[in-house]
Design a binder for this molecule. Structure first.
Ligand SMILES: *[C@@H]1O[C@H](CO)[C@@H](O)[C@H](O)[C@H]1NC(C)=O
Ligand SMILES: *[C@@H]1O[C@H](CO)[C@@H](O)[C@H](O)[C@H]1NC(C)=O
Ligand SMILES: *[C@@H]1O[C@H](CO)[C@@H](O)[C@H](O)[C@H]1NC(C)=O
Ligand SMILES: *[C@@H]1O[C@H](CO)[C@@H](O)[C@H](O)[C@H]1NC(C)=O
Ligand SMILES: *[C@@H]1O[C@H](CO)[C@@H](O)[C@H](O)[C@H]1NC(C)=O
Ligand SMILES: *[C@@H]1O[C@H](CO)[C@@H](O)[C@H](O)[C@H]1NC(C)=O
Length: 462
């Protein structure tokens, strides 16, 4: 072969590889459009309440049989702990918190592993002691904490009530003269797998309502989370160090993020979520105190956000490392949301201001598709990315965000990406480092004639 041709081909190969590696743009769109999060929480027992009629197939463990008073005043902690031990150590138990009663329970650790097929049926109300000064000093950050479980179903029409108002009043966010100390999370499932949570109500938590940490294969459905819009740090559902989590058909209104997803979490799907009041659906914060944060494969599909301070948010601190990659936000309707679409890499939830650093959590491959509604602020979309670590491959399609009186705008700093279909307000400030047509090239995509729009490419796909 001709030497020149060889060198030319080699050069071409290097350029092509370079483009691929630099941006990963070749397959970004089809990949972002189609990746799925599997639900692998299938358990052997069915999750209806027919266990009652299963002719003794289940062993009922009623907290009342262990001396719980259920009057909302007497301390039922010991009864709950003993009932747990009984239910956990026998296969096919149903731990029952009966309806129409209120149980006062202190900070408690409910530990597994348990014998198989445990159902925790909460139909009554569980309340926390209201006075922060008397809180168990051994468990300052938890109230009801479940750990090391496998294959457990939590369900019922019951209420988990953190009695949080005195905690909120003592928060440094409410009153700057108060010291900043953490309050308990109301309900935690930690280091567990194959968990279902269905139907429960979480309300007025001391701080976060429902924490999923270090878990895999979790399905949360039909839960209600509720606290006043001005209750500090009362996140609805907080996911940390977890994989394969599905949250669906749930309604969340609190004083902080409706859902927050932090470090070491992957394959999280949120479907049919109502959010508001609150701070929106958030990935982050990540990268605080120069830490590493990694979050990948997140899908929000079908959500309604109303009067929240943010809509779909990714928030990272300056100085962090790690990355957020492969995120799809789709079919979202917003009403009076202050920052409907926001990437904030200058997040600083601190009384002292934060300095810009040279490192940051890298954000890439973030798709927003079919997002509409009204923005309260001028900035319908804000991509505030780090100067030294730009965002890349932000993909926008079919966006329509209006401001009631005034013009909605898009803000970009150091943000690379592209858009196709209708995008209003227009996101011209996104920079594109590869030629636009390159971005959509993959084996599934037909190269457009020069000058044709993405719209055309997409339509030929339909
Ligand atoms: C619950 O907490 C209160 C206040 O700290 C304490 O007096 C009580 O003994 C605790 N109950 C149990 C069963 O530990
Ligand atoms: C803030 O807390 C201080 C000390 O507890 C108290 O004196 C003050 O009245 C509080 N301020 C408000 C606005 O609640
Ligand atoms: C984030 O998760 C990774 C992987 O589990 C871990 O090594 C790292 O310490 C975590 N970072 C923080 C801030 O917890
Ligand atoms: C983070 O790193 C920066 C730059 O090296 C340093 O100035 C800062 O003190 C570090 N912050 C923390 C909390 O370690
Ligand atoms: C767009 O999202 C809205 C609101 O979630 C939904 O009702 C509608 O069906 C979606 N449209 C398409 C084409 O999926
Ligand atoms: C950090 O950088 C951003 C983007 O360049 C800039 O808008 C902001 O003012 C900087 N913040 C500080 C504290 O220097």
């Amino acid at each position: 072969m001709d030497k020149c041709l060889l060198i030319f081909l080699l050069g071409l190969l290097i350029v092509v590889q370079g483009l691929k590696q630099e941006d990963g743009a070749y397959n970004v769109v089809p990949e972002l459009e189609s990746f799925e999060i599997e639900d692998d929480t299938e358990m052997e027992f069915s999750d209806d309440v027919s266990w009652m009629s299963q002719r003794g197939a289940k062993v009922l463990v009623n907290v009342d049989s262990f001396g719980a008073a259920g009057d909302g005043v007497s301390d039922d902690t010991e009864a709950f702990a003993n009932a747990w031990d009984q239910a956990c150590s026998n296969a096919k138990s149903v731990l029952l918190v009966p309806p129409q009663r209120t149980y006062l329970v202190n900070a408690t650790r409910f530990k597994g592993p348990c014998a198989g097929k445990l159902v925790v049926q909460i139909d009554g109300t569980i309340i926390a002691p209201a006075e922060p000064r008397n809180w168990d000093p051994k468990n300052p950050r938890i109230w009801l904490d479940f750990s090391k479980l496998k294959g457990v179903l939590f369900q019922g029409n019951g209420v988990i009530d953190g009695s949080g108002s005195k905690w909120w009043a003592a928060s440094c966010k409410r009153n700057k003269t108060n010291p900043c100390v953490g309050a308990p999370s109301a309900f935690t499932i930690d280091s567990s797998s194959v968990i279902k949570v269905k139907g429960l109500t979480f309300q007025n938590s001391q701080q976060m309502h429902f924490v999923i940490s270090r878990c895999s294969s979790v399905r949360i459905s039909q839960v209600l989370v509720s606290a006043p819009g001005d209750s500090p740090n009362t996140d609805g559902i907080h996911i940390s160090g977890s994989t394969s989590v599905v949250i669906e058909d749930s309604k969340i209104g609190t004083g902080d993020d409706c859902i927050s997803i932090v470090n070491a979490s992957s394959a999280i799907k949120m479907k049919n979520i109502h959010c508001g009041p609150g701070h929106g659906i958030s990935i982050g914060s990540l990268g605080k105190d120069n830490s590493t944060g990694i979050v990948t494969k997140i899908v929000v599909d079908t959500a309604f956000l109303r009067e929240t301070t943010n809509g779909l948010r990714i928030k990272t601190w300056q100085g962090g490392s790690g990355y957020v990659r492969s995120v799809r936000f789709e079919n979202v309707r917003m009403e009076d949301v202050a920052n409907p679409i926001i990437i904030d890499q200058f997040y600083c939830d601190s009384p002292v201001s934060c300095q810009n650093q040279t490192t940051a959590v890298k954000i890439s491959q973030i798709m927003y598709r079919n997002i509409s509604g009204t923005t309260k602020s001028d900035k319908a979309m804000k991509f505030a990315c780090s100067d030294t670590v730009p965002c890349s491959n932000i993909v926008l399609t079919n966006i329509n965000l209006e401001k009631q009186d005034g013009n909605a705008e898009v803000y970009c700093n150091s943000a690379q990406g592209f858009n196709y279909g209708t995008v209003h307000p227009s996101a011209d400030c996104l920079t594109s480092s590869v030629k636009d047509t390159d971005a959509l090239v993959s084996k599934d995509y037909v190269l457009p004639e020069p000058g044709r729009e993405y719209e055309d490419i997409v339509h030929t796909e339909l």
